[in-house]
Design a protein around this ligand. Structure first.
Ligand code: ATP
Ligand code: MG
Length: 401
C-alpha cells in the first residue's frame, strides 16, 4: 500500500465533508461514525464477568464429603479437610464486597502411594463447576530449561475453562508428585538443581498470586502469538505427593526429642503423617517459602485390608463390577468368594502399592480364565467362582501354539 492523503473514510467511503470528523493515518482514514460503530461492536464483545453461583447445597462441605464418599473409601479426615478448604475457596471467589480481604489457603496433600490423592483431586474436579487442571510437578522445569515452565499450569487451566479468563482466575490447579521436586540432600548450600529447588522457586510466585502471561489461543507460547494476562491471586493450588521417607523423619524427631522412660514408650508409638511439621517437610527437601504457601494440610493414611475390600466391591465402577461385565460379554457369570476377596486384599497390602495393587492382583488371577473365556460356554461353564486357591495359584497359562 502506498502513502496517500485520505479524503474519504476507508471503511464506509464517506467523504470528509459529509461527516463530522475524519481521522487520517498514514495508510487509511476513519470517520467518527465508523469509530462509534466499532466502539459499540467492541462493547458487545467485552467479556461478561460471570458471577459465580450463589452458595448452594453444593457448597456445603458435608454434601461434598458425601459425594466424595461414593468414590473414595476411608480417608475421612482428609475428605472433611478437603471439603472445607474447597468450599472456603468457593466462598472466597464468590465474595462481592471488598472487605474483609481473604487470604487464599492452598492445600498440601500428603499420603502413601495408591491411597487416593489423585483420585480425591479428580473427584473434586468432577463435582465443582470451576475449571480444574492436573499437572505433574516432574514435567515442570525452571524457566529457561527445556520442558514445560510453570506457566504451563495456568495454560492448562485456561484451556480447561474454554479459554475464558474470568473463569480461569477462579479455578483450581492440582500439582501432583510435588515431593519429586524436593531439594536433593539436606544441605541448603548445594548448587541449584534443575528439577528440584529451582522448580519450587519458580512456583512460589504463581502459587501466591502473580500476573502471568499465557498464549491467548491456548497451548504453548510461541513468539509473536497473542498473549493474555491471568491473575493467579484467586487460583487455588493443591499440591499432592507421597513423600516417601517423610514418616521416618517425623519418627526420628518425635523419638529424638524424648528422653528416658518417655523415649521407651514413644519408641513403640506409631507415628503418622498427621504429626508432620513444616520443619519435617524442609528436612525432606521442600524449601521453607514453598511450605509456607500451603497452610492447609490434608494427610491420607495407608488403606487397611477392610478398605481395600470395600474398594473392590463398593465404590462406583469398582473392579469387580468391571470384570463381571467383561466376563458377561462371553456369557459367563464371574463371582468371588468372600475369602478370595480377603486374600486379594491381603496380598495387595503386602505389596505396599495401596489400592493400585488391587488391579494387578485381579488381573493376575483372571488372565488364564480370560484367555480361555470363549471356550467356557461350550464347556457348559456358566458361572466361574473364584476361590482363594485360584488367587493363590492362578491356573497355568495354556497357550500352546
Ligand atoms: N481411598 C480410595 N478409595 C477408592 N479407590 C482408591 C482409593 N485410593 C486409591 N484408589 C484406587 O487406586 C488407584 C490409585 O489411586 P491414586 O491415583 O489416587 O493414588 P495416589 O495416592 O495419587 O498415589 P501416588 O502417590 O502413587 O500418585 C485409583 O485409581 C483408585 O482406583
Ligand atoms: Mg497420584
Amino acid at each position: 500500500m502506498t502513502k496517500e492523503t485520505h479524503t474519504n473514510c476507508s471503511f464506509c467511503g464517506k467523504n470528509k465533508d459529509s461527516v463530522k470528523n475524519l481521522i487520517v493515518g498514514e495508510y487509511a482514514g476513519i470517520c467518527n461514525e465508523c469509530v462509534d460503530f466499532c466502539q459499540d461492536l467492541l462493547k458487545d464483545e467485552t467479556p461478561v464477568v460471570e458471577i459465580p453461583a450463589q452458595p448452594s447445597d453444593k457448597m456445603d462441605p458435608m454434601v461434598l464429603k458425601k459425594y466424595l464418599d461414593q468414590y473414595v473409601i476411608g480417608q475421612h479426615s482428609a475428605k472433611i479437610m478437603l471439603a472445607v478448604a474447597i468450599v472456603n475457596h468457593y466462598k472466597r471467589i464468590s465474595k462481592t464486597t471488598a472487605e474483609p480481604e481473604l487470604d487464599k489457603a492452598n492445600i498440601l496433600m500428603l499420603g502413601p502411594t495408591g491411597s487416593g490423592k489423585t483420585l480425591l483431586a479428580k473427584s473434586v474436579a468432577r463435582y465443582l463447576d470451576v475449571p480444574f487442571a492436573i499437572a505433574d510437578a516432574t514435567s515442570i522445569t525452571e524457566a529457561g530449561y527445556v520442558g514445560d515452565d510453570v506457566e504451563s499450569l495456568i495454560s492448562r487451566l485456561y484451556a480447561a475453562s474454554g479459554n475464558d479468563i474470568a473463569k480461569t482466575q477462579r479455578g483450581i490447579v492440582f500439582v501432583d508428585e510435588i515431593d519429586k521436586i524436593s531439594r536433593k540432600g539436606e544441605s541448603t548450600s548445594i548448587t541449584r538443581d534443575v528439577s528440584g529447588e529451582g522448580v519450587q522457586q519458580a512456583l512460589l510466585k504463581m502459587v501466591e498470586g502473580t500476573v502471568c502471561r499465557v498464549s491467548a489461543a491456548g497451548g504453548r507460547k510461541h513468539p509473536g502469538g497473542d498473549m493474555i494476562e491471568i491473575d493467579t491471586k484467586n487460583i487455588l493450588f493443591i499440591a499432592g505427593g507421597a513423600f516417601v521417607g517423610l514418616d521416618s523423619i517425623v519418627k526420628n524427631r518425635v523419638q529424638g526429642t524424648s528422653i528416658g522412660f518417655r523415649a521407651r514408650v514413644e519408641a513403640s508409638m506409631d507415628t503418622d503423617l498427621d504429626m508432620t511439621t513444616p520443619d519435617d517437610l524442609v528436612k525432606f527437601g521442600m524449601i521453607p517459602e514453598f511450605v509456607g504457601r500451603f497452610p492447609n494440610w490434608v494427610s491420607l493414611r495407608e488403606l487397611s485390608k477392610a478398605d481395600l475390600i470395600r474398594i473392590l466391591t463398593e465404590v462406583k465402577n469398582n473392579y469387580i463390577q468391571q470384570y463381571h461385565w467383561l466376563f458377561e460379554q462371553d456369557g459367563v457369570e464371574l463371582e468371588f468368594t468372600e475369602s478370595a476377596l480377603d486374600l486379594i486384599a491381603e496380598r495387595t497390602l503386602t505389596n505396599k502399592t495401596g489400592a493400585r495393587g488391587l488391579h494387578s492382583e485381579i488381573e493376575r488371577t483372571l488372565i488364564p480364565h480370560m484367555f480361555n473365556l470363549r471356550r467356557y460356554s461350550g464347556m457348559g461353564i456358566k458361572v466361574l467362582k473364584i476361590d482363594p486357591s485360584m488367587v493363590e495359584k492362578p491356573a497355568a497359562l495354556d497357550g500352546t501354539d
